[in-house]
Design a protein around this ligand. Structure first.
Ligand code: NAP
Length: 310
């Protein structure tokens, strides 16, 4: 398959890129800096220098691929607006696919959108893909973007997919790696009580799901992606604390105080969520790692290796 990828230098996107290359697919990747573009080119990726907010810089490339995987998100006040601009450009571009209809797996072109479990809001009972959405303010804009994606696939001409990953773990990026970093520095801050459950997913398992979804000609609609371990934040932090050289202090930050520093992001971190991923499992997806706490020694090793390589 030939895949157009956004965010290939990011946490999720880089794992997806690795998985696509491992599976022998061709990748054209949107990159916004020349040095990173050169790094990807050395791995056989076709880099396209551009910016999400300037669709003219990349749109035509999506047309020449079997499908697009969108993992980029601009971390700025304009992040949601930029994401919408990208969707408005990419969804029609995917529909206009110019390569042979028999390209890739022979089905309709695909578009995979990266959303997240925070659109679900509080979920104290296990929530599958059919759950009603109640997003925290930090991602209040996201359900509308999910809707745009799903509607674009309503006539079957494009296979549109929304992935809602849990909190991603693995290597040295993301929220769990931040906890590891804090633990190494002697103080871990837990937002809220620590009793909240975080739905989590290992980066390589998540990437494996993206490749499955891209390759599976019947896959469409919403897919949750998490390891279903229902871990409490305090369990994750305890496991990390036990494995670092000197046991760190753990400070529970009341939500009101956390909001002053982090804004609405604090409420996302305080969410109590038990999420299920039955649709991904029905495709044969079985996460290789089943929890953060149960794999801490390995994850700390990965963290160190990734930090040294950076
Ligand atoms: N990480 C998680 O735990 C998690 C969980 C659930 C959902 N999600 C969602 O998954 C998506 C990706 O998250 P992530 O953790 O992989 O983020 P990330 O590591 O920050 O990566 C973001 C990617 O987007 C690219 N990008 C940002 N602004 C851009 C722009 N204006 N034009 C072109 N590219 C741009 C970045 O490029 P540069 O390398 O040039 O910065 C990078 O490749 C987000 O929508 C996030 O909300 C993440």
């Amino acid at each position: 398959m030939k895949v157009f990828l956004t965010g290939g230098t990011g946490y999720i996107g880089s794992a997806v890129l690795d998985a696509l290359l491992r599976a022998g697919h061709q990748v054209t990747a949107l990159v916004r800096d020349t040095e990173r573009a050169e790094r990807l080119a050395r791995r056989g990726v076709q880099p396209v220098l551009g910016e999400l907010a300037k669709p003219a810089s990349y749109m035509a490339h999506a047309e020449t691929c079997d499908g697009t995987i969108h993992t980029a998100l601009e971390h700025s006040r304009r992040g949601d607006a930029t994401d919408r601009e990208a969707l408005e450009a990419l969804l029609p571009a995917v529909r206009r696919r110019t390569i042979g209809r028999s390209g890739g797996n022979g089905g309709a072109p695909f578009f995979i959108y990266t959303s997240g479990v925070w659109v679900i809001g509080r979920a104290t009972r296990p929530a599958a893909e059919d759950v009603e959405l109640d997003p925290v303010p930090h991602v209040a804009w996201r359900p509308e973007h999910e809707r745009m994606v799903l509607e674009a696939g309503a006539d079957g001409a494009v296979r549109t997919i929304v992935v809602r990953p849990g909190i991603v773990y693995g290597r040295s990026r993301g929220i769990i790696a931040d906890l590891v970093k804090e633990a190494g520095n002697g103080l871990v801050r837990v937002i809220g009580t620590g009793k909240q459950h975080w739905p989590c997913v290992y980066d390589r398992d998540l990437a494996d799901l993206y490749v499955r979804l891209a390759s599976h000609k019947d896959a469409s609609g919403v897919y949750h992606a998490n390891d279903e371990a229902d871990e409490r934040v305090e369990e994750i932090v305890d496991a990390i604390a036990e494995h670092v050289r000197t046991r760190p202090d753990v400070r529970r930050v009341p939500i009101e105080e956390a909001r002053l520093k982090l804004g609405p992001y604090a409420d996302a971190l305080a969410l109590d969520q038990r999420i299920r991923s039955p649709r991904a499992r029905a495709l044969g997806w079985v996460p290789s790692l089943r929890s953060v706490a149960g794999n801490v020694a390995r994850l700390l090793e990965e963290f160190r290796t990734a930090r040294e390589a950076a």
